[in-house]
Design a protein around this ligand. Structure first.
Ligand SMILES: *Cc1c(COP(=O)(O)O)cnc(C)c1O
Length: 376
């Protein structure tokens, strides 16, 4: 048996929808499929406004523009995250202030944020790692008291909730990813969720090269024109059609991934009980989406041996992220506030096991057998 780390999701109806978009001669952005995806996200999450974008990176860039991030502003985020979280703000000239993570969820430690706030702080960017929510009540309370924007990097968090609220709808802006490594995909793509109706119109303008084209197409104005600075953040209909096929069967994808996640958890619990590995933690109040299954080895040396052992067995296991504050750009554009107690240490222990739509119970059993063999 050979098991890849990831297989891009495909449910079978994608080709039909993509062909339909081609046959209707509507392949640029904001056609029928894009609108269906936007509406699906709005209905599913309860957000007043969702707009498909070309990526989660671009959704975050839009959020940085909407939050009016200026050169010299400071933005607080974890260092244990993907580069896009920081890039979107660095492009606006902001300084990134990294705060340590919690070892249980790998999310930003909500109790260390307030000490990192200065007069220059403009926003907090919680990253919901593995689709498990950050402690949003505390984060929103801090943001309210200090008048800061909250931009949720919910790239991994679609279909997850925190105290009943969909991730991406709690802060001012939420950013989803539909990259091929995510639960629902369009190859490359994402979405921005916008809480304030006032900002929704500006978001449409920024996404359409700074024009009020969206208003024009709704018949609200009779000519469209250049009204603001913007860019092109709308994806092609071909990509939206691919995604819509998956959103229609979102629960089926969710159930399959959750069954695999629960199987992993059940089969690997004995190893965790005997202290050999650590397993993911899902705090009270959080419902996750089985985006990822990871284990934590003792240290980086054991993890390296584990990954090669699994590779020999035909199983793709990967690690991420190199903490941003230790990367060359992280040193240039950011600083770590406080002590790095867990970020580096825990990032060196974490390894992800195969997880994708269509993974079977037999495959999960096979993988867990190899994990157990490694630790015996
Ligand atoms: C995948 C991911 C992104 C980037 O998503 P793209 O759609 O590829 O731009 C950003 N942040 C996190 C935490 C991610 O996992």
């Amino acid at each position: 048996m050979s098991i890849s780390f990831n297989v891009p999701p495909c449910v079978g109806t994608e080709i039909e929808y993509v062909a339909d978009a081609i046959n209707k001669h509507k392949i640029c952005g904001d056609g029928e499929y894009t609108k269906k995806c936007n509406a699906w996200i709005e209905e599913k999450t309860g957000t007043p406004k969702a707009l498909l974008t070309t990526s989660c990176t671009h959704a975050t860039e839009m959020a940085a523009l909407l939050a009016d991030i200026q050169p010299g502003d400071e933005v607080i985020m974890p260092s244990y995250t993907f580069v896009s979280t920081a890039d979107a703000f660095v492009l606006r000239g902001a300084k990134v202030v990294f705060v340590d993570i919690r070892p249980d969820t790998m999310n930003i430690d909500e109790n260390k944020i307030e000490a990192a706030i200065t007069k220059k702080t403009k926003a907090i960017v919680p990253v919901h790692y593995a689709g498990v929510s950050c402690e949003m009540d505390t984060i929103m309370d801090i943001a309210r008291r200090h008048n800061l924007a909250v931009i949720e990097d919910a790239a991994q968090g679609i279909m997850s909730t925190y105290k009943g609220k969909a991730l991406g709808t709690i802060g001012d802006y939420g950013c989803y990813s539909f990259h091929e490594t995510k639960n629902y995909s369009m190859g490359e793509g994402g979405a921005i969720l916008i809480k304030s109706p006032d900002m929704a119109e500006r978001a449409e303008i920024i996404r359409e090269k700074g024009t009020n084209r969206a208003k024009f197409f709704r018949g609200q104005i009779d000519k469209y024109t250049w009204v603001d600075a913007g860019s092109s953040y709308l994806p092609s209909e071909l990509n939206a059609a691919y995604l819509y096929a998956q959103l229609q069967v979102a629960d089926k994808i969710y159930d399959n991934r959750m069954a695999a996640w629960n199987k992993y958890y059940e089969l690997l619990s004995p190893l965790a009980d005997s202290g050999k590995i650590d397993l993911p933690v899902v705090p009270e109040g959080c419902v996750h989406n089985a985006h990822m299954f990871y284990i934590k080895a003792k240290d980086i040396e054991e993890r390296t041996r584990f990954i090669s052992y699994m590779k020999e067995a035909g199983i793709g296991c990967v690690f991420h992220y190199i903490p941003l504050h230790s990367a060359p750009a992280g040193r240039k554009y950011g600083r770590f506030h406080g002590e790095d107690i867990y970020t580096t240490k825990e990032s060196e222990r974490l390894v992800r096991l195969p997880m994708f739509y269509g993974i079977t119970e037999e495959q999960v059993e096979f993988i867990c057998d190899r994990v157990k063999a490694f630790y015996s």
